[in-house]
Design a protein around this ligand. Structure first.
Ligand SMILES: *Cc1c(COP(=O)(O)O)cnc(C)c1O
Length: 405
């Protein structure tokens, strides 16, 4: 008889977003006085930019002609045209030397963050921030690296790195040394963006302990402060300890189109093996490459028009962030983020539990947010508000919130 992977049965049944949707549905059944505005889920709302659409059409036409049709590609890590564009625009232009062969294109950062565990032994101590993007935790539970879930919502074998107001939402070095360290900057959910000095502490630590940092910079395009790094490779020494995950999802609206990439420098060696070679081996075995038309669409993001158009959309979202931040402040709410990130991390008034504040905003303002407690115990006392909504709807939501608080 087949035996299932029991680790899956340890996972609590996706609590956060199903619970939000249950509460919203129940409230809607009571005929709310105003239409609901959703500032909860982290999905973009603006369409793909014209340069990307044009590239998609062109590549689609190529697929219709025998001479330019593409089937399987030779390399599941992507076509040279895209890998070279990434190396030039995202790295070389920032003074970072990452070559095309160190870049592996994929269908997105979620898959890569989740699948990277394949190249590491189950016997590794994993550290995650608290609050955290749930993918890092759940994929390690599935792999058997998390132990058992305690009543406090923490897994017995994970090292938790609290990110709180007190430490500026950036983790301090732990007592127990982890082998694998997840860092997400600009951060989902807190909206905090790490400085070079902050990252340097972890890079030095990882090199000293021969650990590996898994650096998720899905939101790098939202960095507005020129002193904040967009890539961990802007930190000297990162090339021997860090893997970086990036995505076109939040940068260029590819959440439904699917394209991202992972960078593993050749200098990153553990156990005498180049980690890059393990990852390409894994991808060539389990993945057959991102669709040609999607890679052409991603390439178009780097064209002059693509750059201009995607920057406009990012400015649109960042303006929403500003509206939210300033509105909340006006209502007397302390909030963080929303400057170098599309998320605002707002403190609940009078230490109200985050689910209660969520309910209050839902029932009084008809606005959906995300309770911070859903991202981990240290998220209690906060809610996450996204800047990815429609600008008019965002303004309306903020006006309603200011009104009810
Ligand atoms: C949205 C997001 C991603 C991007 O995921 P894709 O699979 O590329 O769409 C990665 N990491 C974090 C923290 C995110 O919020």
């Amino acid at each position: 008889m087949v035996k299932i992977n029991d680790n899956f049965t340890k996972l609590p049944g996706g609590y956060l977003f199903p619970e939000i949707s249950r509460r919203v549905k129940a409230f809607m059944a009571e005929n709310p006085p105003k239409p609901i505005i959703r500032l909860g889920i982290g999905d973009v709302t603006q369409p793909l930019c014209p340069a990307v659409i044009e590239a998609l059409h062109k590549a689609t036409d190529e697929m219709a002609v025998k001479e330019t049709f593409r089937g399987y590609s030779d390399d599941s890590c992507g076509y040279d045209f895209l890998r070279n564009a990434i190396a030039d625009h995202d790295y070389k232009s920032r003074g970072v030397s990452i070559s095309a062969e160190e870049i592996c294109v994929s269908d997105g950062a979620k898959s890569d963050c989740g699948n990277i565990g394949d190249i590491f032994s189950v016997n590794n101590v994993v550290a995650v921030c608290d609050p955290v993007y749930p993918v890092y935790v759940d994929t390690n539970v599935m792999a058997g690296r998390a132990g058992t879930l305690g009543p406090d919502g923490r897994w017995s074998d994970l090292v938790y790195l609290p990110c709180t107001e007190a430490n500026g939402f950036f983790p301090e070095l732990p007592n127990k040394t982890p082998d694998i360290i997840y860092i997400c900057s600009p951060n989902n959910p807190t909206g905090a963006a790490a400085t070079k000095e902050q990252l340097k502490v972890w890079v030095d630590y990882a090199n000293e302990h021969q650990s590996v940092i898994l650096y998720d910079s899905a939101y790098e395009a939202y960095v507005t402060d020129p002193s904040i790094p967009r890539s961990i490779y802007e930190i000297p020494g990162a090339e021997t300890c860090a893997i970086e995950f990036r995505s076109f999802s939040k940068t260029a609206g590819f959440t439904g189109t699917r394209c991202g990439y992972t960078v593993i420098p050749s200098a990153l060696v553990r156990g005498g093996v180049m980690l890059r070679s393990l990852w390409t081996r894994r991808q060539n075995t389990k993945y057959n490459g991102t669709p040609y038309i999607v890679q052409r669409a991603a390439e178009a993001v780097y064209s002059p028009e693509g750059q201009r158009q995607t920057k406009e959309t990012i400015a649109y979202y960042l303006n929403n962030a500003k509206v939210i931040r300033e509105g909340f402040q006006k209502a007397g709410i302390t909030c963080y983020g929303g400057v170098n990130a599309p998320y605002i991390w707002a403190k609940t008034p009078d230490n109200m539990p985050s689910w209660d504040f969520f309910d209050l905003l839902l029932k009084k303002a008809c606005v959906v947010t995300t309770p911070g407690a859903g991202f981990g115990p240290s998220g209690e006392g906060f809610i996450r508000v996204t800047a990815f909504g429609d600008a008019e709807a965002t303004k309306e939501a903020v006006a309603r919130i200011v009104d009810v608080l």
